[in-house]
Design a binder for this molecule. Structure first.
Ligand SMILES: *Cc1c(COP(=O)(O)O)cnc(C)c1O
Length: 361
């Protein structure tokens, strides 16, 4: 029996998207970012689909441990690094690279006497003001890290772009220049570019690139879809109509009666809601595909259901297939209708949604 609400994952698209990364950055090594459960696609599933990349990046130590316990052998960088000595032990035990961004981490390293067992990425804050050392702190920190016996030399060097998805924001070039100036001629591999950097700022392509969202076939830019960039979306989200019924002028649909019927029409009830990860703030008019045809969302999104206007689909009936995003309906478009970014939509798909890998269909 097919589940009611399900996400179809086309894992072959992952390899295609990696090839796209390579076409933009042919000489760079690829650190595939698979944090947050592989952007909602499944941490291990995505790691296995991307085995040919040079390294993975996750946000937290426990994500890295999960990958190691499952037998993933690639290099893995932990983007938030460690927050205590016990986490450093775990990084070392599971052969995970540590991001180093704080003086607290530096002091933990200086208290250790082991020899050359931890690979690190030193993070420089070039303007995002989130993680990383300030340029004026960098030299002293670098010197201190160079003297830590536990750290494998040379240290790799990293920064993160704050607004690369705005192709016109000159701040990105300033960040890149500040990074290059600060690290100067030090030995060690460099890494700057996220997906938007890879696609829009060739100056950000260095020894390593760190694509995330583009690997899933999704655009990092607000004004384009992954498909327009030559990417193939991995995820489609689907469900079915469970009820179809006429409504009259003046009828109110859904919680708070937030949508009022202006002329007689037919309401379709679809088994998907915010309990599945469909965005609660999708506005009336957000497109939904019923039998492959666009119809507008009406009324509020509930936990388990949404309602759509079936005026243009008089023959639609319970059981008919519905696509919330996927083939013919870009997740980027749904994100715009919900005043969010597509990252949050794919990350937010919940446990209840059954995952179906495309080959299984
Ligand atoms: C999440 C993340 C990335 C990937 O970003 P995308 O926009 O998904 O490509 C790269 N680097 C760091 C440090 C990140 O946190």
């Amino acid at each position: 029996m097919m589940p009611t609400a399900y996400a179809v994952l086309d894992l072959n698209a992952a390899e295609h998207n990696v090839q796209q990364v390579r076409s933009y950055a042919p000489d760079a090594k690829i650190m595939a970012v698979i944090k947050a459960n592989g952007y909602g696609h499944g941490l291990l599933r995505i790691a296995k689909a991307l085995q040919n990349v040079d390294a993975f990046a996750v946000a937290r130590v426990d994500e890295g441990i999960l990958l190691r316990k499952a037998g993933i052998k690639n290099r893995i960088a932990v983007l938030e690094g460690f927050i205590c000595a016990e986490e450093l032990d775990a990084l070392v035990n599971y052969r995970l690279d540590a991001l180093v961004h704080s003086f607290a981490q530096l002091e933990i390293f200086e208290s250790r006497a082991e020899q050359v067992i931890c690979a690190i990425w030193l993070k420089l804050d070039t303007g995002m003001n989130r993680l990383g050392f300030k340029p004026n702190e960098f030299n002293a920190v670098y010197q201190r890290l160079s003297r830590c016996s536990i750290i494998r030399q040379p240290i790799s060097l990293m920064t993160h772009l704050a607004n690369a998805d705005d192709r016109l924001d000159a701040a990105t070039l300033k960040q890149i220049a500040l990074f290059n100036e600060t690290v100067g001629l030090l030995p060690g591999q460099r890494s700057i570019a996220n997906s938007a950097g890879i696609l829009a700022w060739k100056e950000s392509i260095s020894d390593w690139v760190r694509p995330g969202v583009m690997l899933y076939g999704i655009s990092p830019f607000p004004d384009s879809t992954g498909e327009q960039l030559g990417l193939k979306p991995i995820m489609g989200l689907h469900s079915r109509l469970i009820a179809v019924k006429p409504i009259a002028k003046g009828d109110k649909v859904g919680y708070a009666g937030a949508w009022i019927c202006e002329k007689p029409t037919t309401v379709g009830v679809v088994a998907i809601g915010y309990g599945d990860g469909y965005p609660r703030y999708a506005k009336a008019g957000t497109p939904v595909l019923v039998n492959g045809q666009r119809v507008p969302l009406i009324g509020r999104v509930s936990m388990d259901m949404i309602t759509v206007d079936l005026e243009t689909q008089p023959r639609a009936k319970p059981g008919d297939p519905v696509t919330l995003w996927g083939d013919g309906l870009a997740v980027e478009e749904i994100a715009r209708c919900a005043d969010t970014i597509p990252y949050t939509l794919v990350c937010g798909v919940t446990q209840r949604v059954q995952i179906v890998e495309k080959a299984e269909l």
